[in-house]
Write a protein that binds this ligand. Structure first.
Ligand code: TYD
Length: 221
């Protein structure tokens, strides 16, 4: 069986983590050799980059957008080399929580030109592309409210707030970029309305995925 590379994208609070766990359980349940990873932080070194990227620094210094961009790509290069490619070569299905489209959406919304990401993407990804990308779509006003409730419940220990603290206007631009990616690359990207129950969103994702699973020789009843 061929390896499969699936990415899940969307604005904060759209329910990616819940959906990834539901999907993993179903895939493993039917015997697909699936594993889950994420960006930033899918490797031990990447987890250090994740802290550097998302937690406020004691000095109060903030990354300039270009440094931030390079760190996301450094995390990705390491992740591809040590986790994604080996999984695909072993014929596994790897499900990744955020990938290149998050860079295009978030760093794009911060003003990094598309051409810059094209160049860096060429270095870091080469010809690697996800077989399928699921964009969980919902109104940022609604999804950010979910994040606010989640963060409040996590209390003071919740430190990864880098983009959670951005304005609604910023997240609206991020969403627009995800929508544009889905429209431009409709062969690869499936847009999944996420303002539904977790079960409904899961069934929509499953419906998108089953033809790909079947055509890759994975057993789907
Ligand atoms: P994550 O913690 O997975 O976000 P969430 O839990 O909201 O899904 O992702 C961390 C943050 O990093 C998120 O705000 C999006 C941002 N990000 C980028 O800005 N660029 C990137 O390339 C990636 C992978 C993530």
């Amino acid at each position: 069986m061929a390896g499969l590379f699936i990415t899940i994208e969307g604005v904060e609070g759209a329910g990616k983590s819940t959906q990834i766990q539901m999907l993993l359980k179903r895939l493993v349940g039917i015997g697909v050799p699936a594993l889950v990873s994420k960006e930033p932080g899918g490797t031990p070194l990447g987890r250090e980059l994740r802290t550097l990227l998302l937690s406020p620094h004691a000095s109060g210094e903030k990354w300039c957008p270009e440094s931030e961009l390079l760190l996301f790509y450094a995390d990705r290069a390491q992740h591809i080399a040590t986790v994604i490619r080996p999984a695909l070569e072993a014929g596994r299905l790897i499900l990744v929580d955020r990938f290149e489209d998050s860079t295009r959406a978030y760093q794009g919304a911060q003003g990094i030109p598309e051409a810059t990401m094209d160049k860096l993407g060429e270095v870091v990804l080469g010809r690697l592309r996800p077989h399928m990308t699921l964009v969980l779509d919902m109104e940022p006003a609604e999804s950010l409210e979910r994040v606010r409730v989640r963060n409040a419940a996590a209390g003071e220990t919740f430190k990864e707030t880098r983009f959670d603290n951005e304005t609604l206007e910023f997240h609206t631009r991020v969403r627009k970029r995800f929508l544009a990616i889905a429209q431009r690359d409709s062969q690869r990207v499936a847009l999944v309305p996420a303002d539904r129950t977790p079960e409904e969103v899961h069934e929509a994702i499953w419906a998108h995925l089953t033809p790909l699973l079947r055509s890759s020789g994975h057993p789907v009843e």
